[in-house]
Design a protein around this ligand. Structure first.
Ligand SMILES: Cc1ncc(COP(=O)(O)O)c(C=O)c1O
Length: 365
């Protein structure tokens, strides 16, 4: 087949997909990255950090990305890797914890499903700590916790963007032999730029590992998650791999798409601390705008957003979601809270918010 025909064939499928540029994906923690960031991806898309001995340059970029994420999480010398996403990061952290002898996972019902997958893969029992005010209830945790547990709080929960009280969890863990892994896949690139000073990662002494994803609020293209550790947990999961240049493998995946390592580094250079701060400030303003406009339109907001995630209460949330999708709008359903969840990413501009609320009024007026 000629190249042009191949592209024609692909384009017909492309037209069926939704695209961030339309602004109508309100359900995703991703956004279309700047041009320079995308070009960096394609420049390095054949790099494979599964075999790092071939790619010393890309290894250096990975270290820079890890160092930057260390800065965001309060660790000036973190161990870490850029992995395929928050799922791989959480599996890696819990895999290492299991190898250290920790077994039972204590978390909340709002934990991301990747922790449940990890628990299933690793044969680790999960117990849900009750929630109070949409976060982990630390009094309940105190009653449940034992030596040998892994506590997994979330800093930026998937449904609401709320932050479990990690400092208070730390004071409970400190008296026991417990492990603390924080899932800041979304919040890691947000919390450091909020006006409130919130300890959520390595500034909290018991925190051993942190998930923080460049391909969410770091505005890098996927696949780019991050796993950071206070100590070298990667030694615990390392295996011999004689066919590789370095003869070892210390991440869950073998072959690793590493264009996104270059792109994550480019995103960090492009935005820097100031650019990320400006983005978070702007997105929080837009989230407030969404909340105010939604209330003016007669909708109920579930709870005050802490990050750039807002929830509009509706009945029959799955039906409303489906109807919106038919009309070209993607929102998430939070059946537990009977709400529609909107992630206010950079492509969710004010005029998009206005248009969306108009459409929602038609569907659910
Ligand atoms: C808090 C949290 N952790 C982990 C993940 C999983 O990340 P990924 O989809 O990159 O594997 C998500 C995804 O939305 C998330 O919100």
């Amino acid at each position: 087949m000629e190249d042009a025909e191949i592209m024609d064939a692909l384009n017909s499928y492309y037209r069926e997909d939704m695209h961030y540029e339309s602004g109508r994906i309100l359900s995703s923690m991703y956004t279309a990255p700047p041009e320079v960031v995308l070009s960096s991806f394609f420049r390095f898309y054949q790099a494979n950090l599964g075999n790092p001995g071939l790619y010393p340059g890309t290894v250096k970029m990975e270290r820079e990305v890890v160092r930057f994420m260390g800065k965001l999480t309060g660790n000036s010398s973190p161990f870490g890797h850029v992995v395929s996403g928050g799922t791989e990061a959480n599996i890696t952290a819990l895999w290492a914890a299991r190898k250290m002898g920790f077994r039972r996972i204590l978390t909340t019902e709002d934990v991301h499903f990747s922790v449940i997958k990890a628990a299933d893969l690793l044969g680790m029992p999960v117990e849900y700590v009750p929630m109070r005010g949409f976060v982990m209830d630390t009094l309940a945790l105190e009653d449940m916790i034992h030596d040998g547990d892994v506590v997994v709080p979330t800093a930026g929960t998937t449904p609401l963007g709320y932050i479990d009280p990690i400092s208070r969890i730390d004071s409970i863990c400190a008296e026991l032999s417990c492990h603390l892994h924080v899932d800041a896949a979304f919040g890691g690139f947000v919390i450091p730029f909020l006006p409130e000073n919130i300890d959520f990662a390595f500034t909290v002494p018991s925190v051993k590992t942190v998930t923080i994803d460049p391909h969410k609020m770091g505005f890098a293209p996927y696949p780019a998650g991050g796993i950071l550790a206070r100590e070298n947990i990667f030694e615990r999961i390392r295996v011999d791999a004689p066919y590789l240049i370095d003869g070892k493998s210390e991440t869950l995946l073998g072959t690793r798409q590493s264009g996104s390592v270059a792109a994550s580094y480019a995103a960090i250079l492009h935005f820097g601390m100031d650019g990320y701060r400006d983005s978070v400030t702007e997105l929080m303003k837009r989230t407030k705008y969404l909340v105010n406009r939604a209330r003016e339109c007669g909708f109920e907001i579930l709870t005050r957003p802490v990050m750039n995630i807002a929830n509009i209460v509706v009945d029959n949330v799955e039906c409303v979601k489906k109807e919106l999708l038919k009309r070209g709008w993607a929102v998430s359903a939070n059946p537990k809270y009977s709400s529609l969840r909107i992630v206010v990413m950079p492509h969710v501009r004010k005029e998009i918010i206005d248009e969306f609320l108009k459409e929602l009024k038609k569907v659910y007026g």
